[in-house]
Design a protein around this ligand. Structure first.
Ligand code: F6P
Length: 453
């Protein structure tokens, strides 16, 4: 059997017979592969042979994953590829986008091999890969190296295409005004359209995205997707990418607990915290604000008094969201760091040793928090002009997404009190502007202590 055929099969069949239980498999894969193959054979006349012999190399669930993003120009591939990579990296995977044109695929595949050898686990190939033959090159590579392979095909309707072209032209014009970008994109589209062979279900696990900024028209279908990472990718792709986004983030104004150095609790604002609330309102459409200044369309706070009172003079619809509540410090709620060190010296030391994974007894860790705010981040990404007023630890987790900070560094991101953070999308990236509102306050940042041997 050719490896090309095996690649198709390996994508469907987990031949890791000796390890199925550990992988969480139910042993049905060979059977369902046959079913899918039979379905596929009636659906498309793709010249593919299914592997039924033992030459197919096993591909355990935890093997590295290569994702090939397929589609004509300006269908939204790059934005989505980077969104997926950002999300996976934020959630602790090691993902990277490899931008490639079809002529340089083999070089990219060598780079990917190296990338995996270094311990990383998700490579996303952002290129057109319009023909089945070109996709087969990647599938064969995955088969030989025993990597998973997932195809993501992007299409979109004419309206979405026009909007994508206009947006891309605007972006590139800022980089070089002397090029007729619009013409360049149209010519590229016209040139590549005749080559395009839509992905077939028999090519491997496949997600198809009918891309639109309008959630009513954005749709996703999936075949053969398996395992946590591929399912995560499917979740990220399920909501549209909004091209131009602005978010406003702030911690609550200084609280009475902040002044005392106490953590957690539900204390109200200090007098300086109230002053900050007024200053923030003046910045964001409240009393005394500039008529043409920014106005959030919606305001999200935690359920705690200090955040709700911080936004009380800012106009706009609001929601108090439990997932935005501060980290639960369990048995340490209401204590100062000194009191924690005195009463629970071992806990205190453990937290300093691994602050990201450390979970307060009866409370939470940053790892828990990251999971908790995932839904908030996903909801943010389907919106724009949202003001989020929350707490130090929660905002660290959220800012980590936009800044691309690795999990272990999240607990040490600096999110000072009395500072507005404005996050704007820039292509597939985000830019963070830090605006101190100049109202005095305590500093609640605790530096990372040197780990002793
Ligand atoms: O000190 C203010 C505060 O929001 C506490 O309520 C919370 O426990 C703490 O910050 C989180 O910061 P760290 O993880 O650095 O202790």
């Amino acid at each position: 059997m050719s490896c090309a055929a095996a690649a198709v099969c390996a994508a469907f069949v987990d031949a890791d017979n000796d390890n199925d239980e550990e992988d969480g498999d139910n042993g049905d894969d060979k059977c369902s592969a046959t079913t899918r193959a039979r379905d596929g054979a009636t659906m498309a006349s793709v010249p593919v042979t299914l592997a039924t012999d033992s030459t197919v190399k096993p591909c355990p669930l935890r093997a590295p994953l290569v994702v090939t993003v397929v589609g004509l120009p300006c269908r939204g591939k790059s934005l989505a590829a980077h969104k997926v990579a950002r999300h996976l990296s934020w959630r602790g995977e090691s993902a990277k986008v490899f931008t490639v044109n079809e002529n340089s695929t083999s070089e990219t595949l060598s780079e990917i091999s190296l990338f995996f050898k270094e311990g990383n686990n998700v490579a996303i190939i952002d290129g057109m890969h319009l023909t089945r033959a070109s996709r087969q090159t990647v599938a064969t590579f995955c088969c030989e190296a025993v990597f998973h392979h997932l195809l993501i095909e992007f299409t979109c309707n004419d309206k979405c295409l026009q909007e994508n072209v206009a947006d891309t032209v605007q972006f590139y014009r800022k980089l070089d005004q002397n090029i007729d970008w619009e013409r360049r994109f149209r010519e590229s589209n016209d040139h590549h359209t005749p080559q395009f062979e839509p992905c077939s279900a028999l090519e491997g696990p496949l997600i198809t995205v009918n891309n639109s900024e309008d959630p009513m028209y954005h749709s996703v279908t999936a075949r053969g997707v398996r395992g946590a990472i591929q399912t995560d990718i499917l979740g990220v792709l399920a909501s549209p990418v909004i091209r131009q986004q602005t978010f406003y983030f702030s911690r609550h104004g200084e609280s009475e607990y902040n002044v005392l150095g106490r953590i957690g609790g539900d204390a109200d604002l200090s007098p300086r915290g109230m002053k900050y609330a007024d200053r923030l309102a003046r910045q964001l459409g409240g009393p005394g604000s500039a008529p043409d200044g920014p106005r959030p369309k919606v305001i999200w706070t935690s359920e705690l008094r200090r955040t709700i009172h911080t936004v009380q003079n800012i106009p706009g619809p609001r929601a108090a969201i439990k997932d935005l509540n501060e980290i639960n410090a369990g048995i340490c709620e209401g204590l100062t760091y000194e009191e924690i060190q005195e009463r629970f010296p071992q806990e205190f030391a453990w937290r300093d040793q691994d602050k990201f994974k450390y979970r307060y007894p009866h409370g939470e860790s940053y790892l828990d928090l990251l999971q908790r705010v995932d839904s908030v981040v996903q909801a943010l990404l389907t919106n724009t002009d949202v003001l989020v007023v929350s707490h130090q630890a929660v905002l660290r987790c959220i800012m980590a997404y936009f800044k691309g900070v690795k999990p272990d560094d999240v607990p040490y991101i600096n999110v000072p009190l009395h500072t507005l953070l404005i996050v704007r999308s820039y292509g597939y990236d985000f830019v963070v502007e830090t605006v101190p509102l100049k109202v005095e306050c305590v500093d609640t940042y605790r530096i990372q202590p040197k780990v002793r041997d």
